[in-house]
Each structure stands twice: as structure tokens, then as C-alpha cells.
Design a binder for this molecule. Structure first.
Ligand code: ADP
Ligand code: MG
Length: 324
């Protein structure tokens, strides 16, 4: 921390020294110059870092407990998308001032999710400045089994978990200043990373990504990495009633295709495993929906209700507009 004051260490000790369950593979956690962590032989370390900046990634008046939850959830979603098991996290927190009520709520949101997924907070940094939160997550995955973006094959079915566009709709409604259904708001502020699903798909999915920027762009990353294309049936997209009615009233598919923060998984699976995916959905209690198919020809084709290719108005999709 910049000040290096006694109160800095008091703050860390009070709020961040004991978040998440103790783990035998943490040889040394918060308090020294480095954490010491043990990666067992045969496992690879999966690492991802994300920064959430006030006013850009979350609203200034965002609930501190929800922010604590989300700042860890987005990283766990990245681990889920590789099929990695969450293990450790580090946290770099920049705060305009010390506010113990805010810190307690933030630590509570972070700590509860850390507990749920067995993640130990092992270190971090605390500085003064405009509010921003950076979390690095570390997961473990048997070497050679992580699900990457570049493994899709022509004919694979494209699946998505949950429903798409809810977080984007919640954000839009909050910006409009109207009432927002609490369940819809939770989809934006308290995403539930699909860790069990990601892990179950190791050895089955050929490619996977988590949906942080909308299906069109994120599936586009799989297609680019795999050197392939895809056809998506818009009428098959899993939508909540609220998002479905908004699409009808606006005549625009931007919410499910190019709004962010869903943190669902999009994955490709050879068609002979479709029954297995359906049973996985039942077992995990998580909706899994086939929305399209991988093609050898590059480009993403979106087919609307009448089967004809559909264009998307939003900038998030411009990248692919030549192919529709
Ligand atoms: P250094 O100056 O040696 O980098 P710091 O003073 O930044 O150490 O931090 C002291 C200890 O507290 C370190 O172990 C660091 O990892 C930990 N730490 C600092 N800030 C946080 C935080 N926000 N969450 C968790 N651990 C933290
Ligand atoms: Mg430091």
C-alpha cells in the first residue's frame, strides 16, 4: 500500500486474512512478501486476472457485498470455461478511502463465494485511489485436459448454459432508472459461475468459452481460434420471458447476442454426445440448450424466425457482419 501505515495492515488483517477455506496446498498465505502454493505433479495451473473499474464495469453505487461476489465470480467463470477446479485467489483493491462497513460487506460477498468454491484468498495489494478491484484466480486442471477455444470441429453442436441477455437487460433497466425485478438484477450483480458444468465437460467438449461479451462475439472467439464458422438458430436461444418480450418489442437480438455479463458457458460437442449433454443438464440442474452447429466455412450465420439470415444492430456484432 502507498501509505505503508499501521492501519493498512490492520485493514488487511481484519478483512482479508481469512477468506475462503484453509487449504493444505497453501504453504503460506496472506502476510508475507509472497504466498507459497503447491501445484501437485500432473496438474497444470490455470491463471486468469480481471479488473472491475467503478463507472465502467459496475455502477458507483453498486452494493459492496455484490461487488465482492462478482469480482471473484468473473474469474471463477474463466476457470470454469477451461474445466479447471478453483484453488486460490489474489486481490488488488484500490479504494478512495477506508470505509469499514463497505469493506466488511465486500469481504462478505467475496468470502461467501470463495467458501462455496473452495478458493482461498492468499494475498493481494491495497492502495488508495479511484475504486477498482482486480482479482487473479488460480485453478488446477489435469495436464492436457483443459478445454481450450481452439478445438471445435465441423459438425459439432454449439451449446449454451442458462439463459442469455438477462444481465444486459438488468443493466439497461437500471440505467433507465425504472424498477428492476430482483431476480433479474441478481443476474447482473451476482452471477453464479458454472464451475461444476465446466469441470464435467472436460473430455467431452471440444472447445469452450464463458459468455462475458455476448454469444456472437464470444462464439466468434471459438470460431477464430478453431479456424471455422457456425450457424446459430436464433429461435433456439434460451431466453427468460423478460428478454424474449424485449426482443419482440425492439425487433433486435442484441440482448442475447451482444450484451455482456451473462457468465454462462458456450461449448462445442460432437453430435453423438447430445444425449449425454441432456443428462448432464438434469444432473447439474442447469439448463443446457443446443443453439447451432459448427461449419467448415468461416463466418457466423444467424438464422431468424423465418430461417433467413439475420443482422444485428449493435456494434458488438459488426465484426461478423460480412458473413451474414
Ligand atoms: P508488500 O509491500 O510486501 O507487497 P503489502 O504491504 O502490499 O506487502 O501486503 C502485505 C501482505 O498482505 C501481503 O502478504 C499481501 O499479499 C497481503 N495483502 C495486501 N492487500 C491484500 C488484499 N487486499 N487482500 C489480500 N491480501 C492482501
Ligand atoms: Mg504490496
Amino acid at each position: 500500500m502507498v501509505e505503508g501505515s499501521r492501519s493498512e495492515f490492520d485493514l488487511i488483517g481484519r478483512f482479508f486474512a481469512d477468506l475462503g477455506p484453509p487449504r493444505a496446498d497453501v504453504l503460506l498465505g496472506v502476510g508475507d512478501d509472497c504466498a507459497l502454493l503447491e501445484v501437485p505433479a500432473g496438474l497444470s495451473l490455470a491463471v486468469s486476472i480481471d479488473t472491475l473499474v467503478a463507472g465502467i464495469h459496475f455502477l458507483h453505487d453498486c452494493d459492496a457485498e455484490a461487488l465482492g461476489h462478482k469480482s471473484l465470480a468473473v474469474g471463477l467463470s474463466d476457470l470454469a470455461a477451461m474445466g479447471a477446479a478453483p484453488a486460490w485467489a489474489t486481490l488488488a483493491l484500490t479504494l478512495p478511502e477506508r470505509d469499514d462497513d463497505w469493506l466488511a460487506a465486500f469481504a462478505c460477498g467475496f468470502g461467501d463465494l470463495a467458501q462455496t468454491y473452495g478458493v482461498r484468498l492468499v494475498g493481494g495489494d491495497t492502495t488508495r485511489g479511484s475504486l477498482s478491484v482486480t482479482v487473479q484466480v488460480h485453478g488446477l486442471v489435469r495436464t492436457g485436459t483443459a478445454v481450450r477455444r481452439d478445438g471445435a470441429r465441423p459438425g459439432d453442436i454449439v451449446w449454451v448454459s442458462g439463459t442469455l441477455g438477462d444481465a444486459g437487460l438488468a443493466l439497461r433497466l437500471m440505467r433507465e432508472g425504472g424498477p428492476v425485478d430482483p431476480a433479474l438484477r441478481a443476474r447482473l450483480e451476482r452471477p453464479d459461475p458454472r464451475v461444476a458444468l465446466g469441470s464435467a465437460l472436460r473430455g467431452i467438449a471440444t472447445a469452450m468459452i464463458d459468455l462475458s461479451d455476448g454469444l456472437a462475439g464470444d462464439l466468434g472467439h471459438i470460431l477464430a481460434a478453431s479456424g471455422l464458422g457456425a450457424e446459430v438458430d436464433l429461435t433456439a436461444l434460451p431466453l427468460s420471458p423478460a428478454v424474449a418480450s424485449r426482443i419482440v418489442s425492439e425487433g433486435d437480438w442484441a440482448l442475447p447476442l451482444s450484451s455482456g455479463d451473462d457468465y454462462e458457458l458456450c461449448f462445442c460437442v460432437p453430435s453423438e454426445h447430445s444425449a449425454l449433454i441432456a443428462s448432464m443438464a438434469t444432473g447439474l440442474g442447469c439448463a443446457l440448450t443446443a443453439v447451432g452447429r459448427i461449419r467448415a466455412e468461416p463466418g457466423l450465420i444467424l438464422r431468424g424466425p423465418n430461417g433467413t439470415p439475420t443482422r444485428l444492430s449493435s456494434a458488438g456484432y459488426d465484426h461478423f457482419s460480412n458473413n451474414t
